[in-house]
Design a protein around this ligand. Sequence first.
Ligand code: ADP
Length: 376
Amino acid sequence: MKFALLDPATGARPVTGLAERVGTDDVTVTLKRGEEKLALVPDEPSHHGVVALLLASLAADEHESVAGIGHRVVHGGRTFSSSVRIDEAVVDRLGELVALAPLHMPANLAGIAAAQAAFPRLPQVAVFDTAFHQTMPPVAYRYAVPTDWYTDHHVRRYGFHGTSHRFVSARAAEMLGRPLGELRMITLHLGNGCSAAAISRGAAIDTTMGLTPLEGLVMGTRSGDIDPGILGYMGHRLGLDLDAVLDVLNTRSGLLGLSGLTNDMRTVEEDESPDAQLAVDVFCYRVAKTVGAYAVALGGLDALAFTGGIGEHSPIVRKAVLDRLGVLGLHVDDAANQRLVRGAAGRVSSTEHPVALIVPTDEERLIGADALALAS
Ligand code: ADP
């Protein structure tokens, strides 16, 4: 769980915090204030306990400076297509969405309750990972399954990382000095989780993640797209139930599964074994293939944006992806691609149309901006 006291106008973050292994006895909570780093111990290791502790750790003047609280909420279902001020009715509707994200939504709700208890008079705002993708047309979000799976059980593509795709698409347009409303863009969020979005003149029209974040690109530990027949086949072969097979696809697949080493792209890139090299190849091939598909969905391509830990920091991945995209008129600028590291933004294609950019993402800043906009 991440936390920041943030000024959306400048992006300044005087206080940041990180809690790991929340809900277990090994929970750790660290708070950073400038150079100072504090290890905190919560009374109870739950999400509620950790959020309460982080908020209680603010100094009096910091406490007073808070104008609103923005929560990153994983799933807004079909209900929420933009950020929303949280009231009782919103909390009730969030409760109805627990079935769609049973691991994350209870934690989100606990965080909201703890923040409301700590700041009862302040506006609280929910910013959804799914909201930006709600403009997708049915042709992109429907699966070819029985219609009652959709109507009765809400089975459709929702997409995630929406806050990042939204931030990056707006920022890319700024970098190009062109109105977002004129651009056909593909944003590639490549981190531990990975997703691509096709954005037509500012509106998301397709994305790779689906009902859950398991669909689409190869990720650190997630498989991305597979033949669903594998679930039955491997369940039978290994004597595992469906949840156990899904657990393998979520936690032991992707770069980790292919390389047999790690989910960390940097380590996989540095390893010379054929398995590790294949992991990088499969990862980049899948990304490039998706860009091709989305160029078709968009009816052409003006800009491609790389973001996330891998997209921002890996010249190897960017080059391997761009080298496959000559058919779209994209060519890597090797010197710029090597030079732009450590969070730098800029053009990495030798071509201007279409253009490929690195655009560092900043979901926290957009969450802060939405919180402030809806708080006043
Ligand atoms: P999360 O999705 O958890 O927010 P990040 O966006 O930070 O994660 O991305 C983490 C991924 O970025 C890891 O696979 C990591 O290896 C990769 N990464 C970070 N720096 C580099 C680098 N210099 N070269 C290659 N991969 C990198």
